[in-house]
Design a protein around this ligand. Structure first.
Ligand SMILES: C[S@@+](CC[C@H](N)C(=O)[O-])C[C@H]1O[C@@H](n2cnc3c(N)ncnc32)[C@H](O)[C@@H]1O
Length: 130
């Protein structure tokens, strides 16, 4: 997926609207991240959720956002205020991490953009899906 600056800014404006802010709060409650945890945000986009997660893990944790769009990764990286929060370009269906490296894996509003959605969900243990 490609976003020019105008498209990225439009998406970010939507993601700062009250509905999506409230959805993020709901997600944060559901995943209940603890201090020191390692968290992966798949399809992190503008990085708003990952940034809030990094506030919760604190510096003893590690938060990584991956996104298939280099533009999104660049914008989220520029916005990052924590050195334990990083972003990188990667495909949700080919995660470049060891199995079980992360304590929590989250992904919001991404699966619908992944053509091979079965490959996307193969990374999840259905028992752990919230
Ligand atoms: C609608 S945005 C959601 C952003 C973020 N998860 C949120 O809820 O604020 C969808 C994001 O998924 C990313 N994306 C789409 N397909 C992807 C894939 N195969 N692997 C990784 N990211 C992908 C897009 O680039 C975009 O940033």
């Amino acid at each position: 997926m490609e976003y020019d600056d105008a498209a990225a800014e439009r998406l970010e404006a939507v993601y700062l609207g009250p509905d999506v802010v409230s959805q993020r709060e709901d997600t944060l409650q559901r995943i209940s991240v603890q201090k020191g945890e390692r968290v992966l945000d798949i399809g992190s986009g503008p990085g708003f959720l990952a940034a809030q997660i990094a506030d919760q893990t604190g510096p003893g944790g590690e938060v990584v956002g991956i996104d298939i769009s280099e533009q999104m990764v660049d914008r989220a990286t520029k916005r990052s205020e924590h050195d334990w929060l990083s972003y990188r370009c990667a495909d949700a269906t080919e995660l470049p991490f060891e199995d079980s490296y992360f304590d929590v894996v989250v992904s919001t509003q991404v699966a619908e953009y992944v053509p091979d959605v079965a490959k996307f969900f193969v990374f999840s243990n259905p028992a752990d899906v919230l």
